[in-house]
Design a protein around this ligand. Structure first.
Ligand code: GDP
Ligand code: FE
Ligand code: FE
Length: 199
């Protein structure tokens, strides 16, 4: 079953159909479905937090545009497009958001700063987060396709208060990374100290 999705504005020279086709061509079916879920949840969170619903839906839809781009292409972009070379010490989990913004600008023609920043921050979060940053970060974690122990609690917290949703997610992610002895991107720690520590 083909899921229909259209955007009133693409924030790019592309039509909605062109943008959807490019997104679809850049990832497998499962990832595409996740992106539709994040788009719908971003719209819902935008409505609850008085943010532009169409803009949030678009940002959510393209947040993982670069998720399946090759390591070679990421490394080439990091080396030649002015990125912090420290990124080379991390992996594609971190690259697909930060470096993904380069591919989104180049291939989808999106220049809107707010959208690009939300995508940049969607995996690691940051000490400063705009409303759109928080919406995409949280929607990614709680979209209907997510199924992990604690997801129902995450949904409850996030729909009740967006900032608390950010804090819950960062604590959960750090817990997971430490348990699995994964390397942690310093921004993730910094963000945890701002959003997750009990007041
Ligand atoms: P996805 O792209 O929809 O799968 O979700 P995300 O972009 O939020 O996360 C991608 C992966 O990066 C997840 O498995 C996270 O646990 C992981 N991740 C988040 N922060 C960090 C970090 O600081 N270091 C590492 N190594 N992985 C992280
Ligand atoms: Fe992602
Ligand atoms: Fe995602």
């Amino acid at each position: 079953m083909q899921q229909e999705i259209t955007f009133k504005e693409t924030f790019s020279p592309l039509t909605s159909d062109e943008l959807v086709a490019k997104e679809k061509a850049n990832m497998d079916e499962k990832r595409f479905k996740h992106c539709i879920g994040v788009s719908e949840t971003s719209r819902k969170l935008a409505r609850l937090n008085n943010y532009d619903e169409d803009k949030a839906a678009l940002a959510g839809f393209i947040h993982d545009y670069a998720k399946q781009i090759s390591n070679e292409r990421f490394i080439e972009a990091i080396k030649t497009q002015g990125f912090d070379q420290d990124l080379l010490n991390y992996n594609r989990a971190i690259w697909h958001g930060i470096v993904g913004t380069y591919f989104i600008k180049k291939e989808l023609g999106i220049t809107d700063k707010e959208i690009l920043t939300a995508i940049w921050r969607h995996t690691t979060a940051d000490v400063e987060m705009t409303t759109l940053d928080k919406i995409v970060f949280v929607a990614d974690f709680i979209e209907p396709g997510r199924d992990f122990p604690g997801v129902d609690e995450a949904r409850k917290v996030a729909f009740n208060n967006l900032d608390d949703g950010v804090g819950f997610e960062l604590a959960h992610t750090l817990d997971f990374l430490v348990t699995n002895r994964q390397k942690i991107y310093p921004k993730t720690f910094d963000a945890y100290n701002v959003w997750s520590v009990k007041k």
